[in-house]
Design a protein around this ligand. Structure first.
Ligand code: CP
Length: 311
């Protein structure tokens, strides 16, 4: 691997899962990070991604610097721009400078949700890849969250009781409009992994981009989708078609105990943070089929597998 931005950068997902499992069994077993530096650059908030990536780097023997880029110099991404506005530094220099300070550069940058074409270009992440001279890891971009998705593959691999489980990615209510990154990425990785039957359930108007969720795996009937499911993965996302639009008319999309009885005693998954009793009821989240804390734990081992490969 030379970068980690999407499932395309993981030609053998099972090899990465196995590497993550090995680190989980023996966190300090390999130290490819000795005398190396990892920089984490955050343009947006984080709890899990920040902590788990720092922990993973340290367990590999690396040093790590985390930089809150939202409080730093405004970075310009447009080529040829006359920089007489709010941006003080071009990504060409920023990426070039940071590359001299580290061996792996990790970046988080969310979408604007205003301009679909610009967001789906993934300009921030691609600019860092273009101008950095070290491998770049996405800590969540405008379109994807690959470390979360690898974690989700690992968590399903650990808990499945059938070779090919039925996995439902379901839209759930949320008071704010959210990116499509986690859901795009989850669908991309489940399909690339090829070891689950994936259904995406969402209200009309909330289909993900067809490149991530083609129409043949999409339903607007959440209850029908839940029938016989082995894993329920809940997430809110704003609309792709009417880009960035959301709704406060949530209908009956919250996940609760009654809906979970429609499943094959499914596990409940969510990447966190989660809004209790909006996305999912307390009873499901606190129930013995909830995997949300195991998922958060697995973020460390997934990050360790990826960083080890790049270091
Ligand atoms: N799941 C996840 O990425 O959490 P954070 O936004 O807290 O990093």
């Amino acid at each position: 691997m030379t970068q980690f931005l999407s499932a395309n950068d993981a030609p053998d997902i099972n090899a990465l899962i196995n590497s993550a499992k090995a680190f989980k069994a023996d966190p300090f077993g390999q130290q490819p990070g000795r005398q190396k530096m990892v920089i984490n650059l955050f343009f947006n908030s984080s709890l899990r991604t920040r902590m788990s990536t720092e922990k993973a780097a340290r367990q590999l023997g690396a040093d790590v610097i985390t930089y809150d880029a939202s409080g730093g110099w405004g970075i310009e991404f447009a080529d040829g721009s006359v920089m007489n506005g709010n941006t003080a530094e071009h990504v060409r220099e920023a990426a070039g400078v940071l590359s001299q300070y580290c061996d792996v550069l990790c970046v988080r940058s969310f979408p604007s949700l205003e301009d679909r074409a610009a967001d789906y270009e993934d300009r921030v992440m691609k600019s860092f890849v273009k101008y950095a001279t070290v491998p770049v890891v996405s800590l969540e971009s405008a379109t994807r969250h690959p470390l979360q998705s690898l974690t989700d593959c690992l968590t399903i691999a650990e808990h499945r009781t059938v070779a090919r489980p039925k996995v439902v990615l379901t839209w759930a209510p949320h008071p704010r409009r959210l990116p499509q990154c986690v859901s795009n990425s989850f669908a991309e990785w489940m399909r690339a992994w090829g070891e689950v039957d994936l259904i995406v359930a969402n209200p009309p108007g909330f289909n993900l981009a067809p490149a991530f969720a083609p129409k043949n795996i999409v339903t607007h009937d959440q209850r029908a989708a839940f029938a016989g499911a082995d894993f329920i993965y809940a997430k809110n996302w704003s609309a792709y078609d009417e880009y960035g639009a959301t709704t406060t008319n949530f209908g009956d999309w919250m996940i609760d105990e009654e809906k979970m009885t429609l499943t094959n005693n499914a596990y409940f998954m969510h990447c966190l943070p989660v809004r209790r009793n909006v996305v999912v009821s307390d009873g499901v989240l606190d129930g013995d089929r909830s995997l949300v804390l195991q998922q958060a734990n697995n973020r460390t081992w997934a990050a360790q597998a990826v960083l080890a490969s790049l270091l």
